[in-house]
Design a protein around this ligand. Structure first.
Ligand SMILES: [Zn+2]
Length: 326
């Protein structure tokens, strides 16, 4: 059990995976995921007990806390996608935890009130029920209108109820490159057109927004002839209802040759500097042999050159722990 310097016992985050994180203000919110003791039934009071709390990490104090929420949290708790806009965090899809029960619901958590609202229930509509994909807030045009009010959901694994001709559905729709846009003003899903070098069916990749209407995808498990981990970067831009894609592979951009090996289940964020282009930070994951990767890479999004960051891992031994009084 961790203790503060004043001796108070700190709340500690449980071990979990396939969870979500989003930063709003000075707080990182962590919700969902697979964890020990999780009730994986469709819906139950026990499951609601678990889904009705959210872990919050205060970036200023460095302390975790568990916060109660109210309203309607999603049932898809594993591999759900999330993204913040202003004080809200939006959650799409996810795997329920039992059988092939995937969701295509869209829920919103207001971080000021910690109240959940279901914007779209799970249903048989044009959007594939899925998990392990990605979601970002995105706009069209220059961005002079303020925060984008559209959510772009891409890729993932699940069950399709409707096949759109511009997308691929492999292994009985288990993996897809489907893309869906939800307009928060109209409350409607839009199925966009695609052009350029669209990514193949994929899951467990990273996705980040790099400008108002542009984003970047990296890595993941793809079906590109065979089911494997990839080292490719995909850039995309939304214009009206069309998403244009560009693929970057090792050797396709003039840089010093540094390029991270293929990986999936990694984590990422974007650093926005005042005088530099947005920089993708990519960390961890597993490689093509399912081995854990302990690497951190930076990718600036002007020339697309990679920098490998040296990481120093501090290991605490028994004697060091005993000196803290634990
Ligand atoms: Zn279910």
């Amino acid at each position: 059990m961790d203790r503060n310097l004043d001796g108070k016992v700190q709340y500690q985050l449980r071990h979990k995976y396939y969870h979500t994180t989003a930063v709003v203000g000075d707080v990182l919110y962590c919700w969902g995921g697979n964890q020990e003791g999780l009730d994986k039934s469709h819906d139950s009071p026990t499951k609601r007990e678990c889904t009705s709390v959210i872990d919050a990490f205060n970036l200023l104090s460095g302390a975790w806390s568990s916060q109660p929420t109210s309203g309607t949290p999603p049932l898809g708790i594993i591999g759900v996608s999330c993204t913040p806009i202003s004080n809200n965090i939006y959650y799409f899809g996810g795997w329920c935890g039992h059988d092939g029960c995937f969701h295509n619901s869209l829920n919103c958590l207001d971080t000021c009130t910690l109240q959940w609202k279901e914007l779209q229930p799970t249903g048989d509509n044009s959007v594939t029920k899925r998990a392990y994909g990605g979601m970002i807030a995105i706009g069209t045009g220059s961005g002079s209108e303020g925060e984008p009010q559209q959510l772009l959901v891409i890729g993932g694994q699940g069950t399709a109820t409707q096949h759109h001709p511009q997308f691929k559905y492999d292994y009985g729709a288990a993996i897809t490159n489907e893309q869906s846009i939800y307009n928060l003003f109209s409350g409607q899903w839009i199925v966009p057109f695609v052009s350029g070098q669209c990514f193949p069916p994929a899951e467990e990749f990273i996705i980040q927004k790099i400008s108002y209407n542009k984003g970047i995808m990296h890595g993941g498990l793809v079906n590109d002839g065979s089911y494997c981990s990839t080292d490719s970067i995909y850039l995309f831009q939304l214009s009206h209802n069309t998403i244009n894609w560009e693929c970057l592979k090792p050797g396709s951009v003039p840089n010093d040759g540094l390029w991270p090996d293929a990986r999936n289940r990694h984590a990422s964020t974007i650093i926005n500097g005042v005088s530099t282009s947005p920089t993708l930070v990519m960390i961890g994951g597993v490689d093509s042999d399912e081995q854990l990767v302990n690497e951190c890479w930076l990718l600036e999004t002007k020339q697309y050159s990679w920098i490998k960051v040296l990481m120093f891992i501090v290991c605490y031994c028994e004697c060091e722990l005993s000196m803290t009084g634990d």
